[in-house]
Design a protein around this ligand. Sequence first.
Ligand code: SIN
Length: 293
Amino acid sequence: MFLVELPAHQQAFDIRPLSAALGAEVVGLDLAAPLSDGDFARLHRAHLEHHVLVFRDQHITPAQQVAFSERWGPLQRHVLHQFALPEQPEVLIVSNIKEQGKPIGLGDAGVFWHSDLSYKDKPSLGSFLHAQELPAEGGDTLFANQHRAFEELPDALRAQVLGRRAEHSYLKQYKALQQRSPWRPDLTPEQIAAVPPAVHPVVRTHPESKRPALFVSEHFTTRVVGLPDGESEALLQRLYEHSTQARFVYRHQWRDGDLVFWDNRSVLHLAAGCPEHLRRRLYRTTIEGDAPA
Ligand code: SIN
């Protein structure tokens, strides 16, 4: 018996902006159904324009999330492989839930502003997060538009950063995170070896839209190359304060079925947290991007 693959049909869906800073929701699209090349091209344009897409009402399996994510590029696996979904290791479990006293996922992912995997030579193009269990209160994710942050840099600050490079390290906040979350595992020597620091431009050019964006974060950026420690720290602090101001930020309040896809080349993000006794569980996939230039 031959299985005939049916052609994907165009779906009728809307793309509606969510805030002045960034973000749009995609309503009426079913990602469990085959996605046509035309619909994919429309989503691709919308992602470049809005930086964060919220796909509403998605009831997809982890395998379907992986398949959709792979249409955007090769997937990256997180160094904390103990929190990968066993049957789908490209999926990172982001969760505060503990079973038999053990965490089932990374519970404190994103508590500092960051761009995913910026500590790699090829940081992430974008990440998907699919809601599985949501708390009745809290648990929002904030996104800050780094094109706008660059465009609105005061002239003196802009002159200080243009042409500069900065180091990013996965290990920068690791000890601080372990102090906050005692269950966060010690890294093995192999895990430490897998995350050497990387150096990237402080202002990167988006490889597709060609727009400049600030590319430093309090989670991963350790120093500005070529500056004395004190000057480097002072400059980074000013950039962190500038780049996450309210006018650049969209705050996502999660709804059941949300699948959120953000552009790590354009935005920083932050997990706002939720009361510890409330369960929160989401599945993350991360797509490899270019070496920033
Ligand atoms: C992350 O930084 O990938 C997680 C964000 C969140 O849990 O809201």
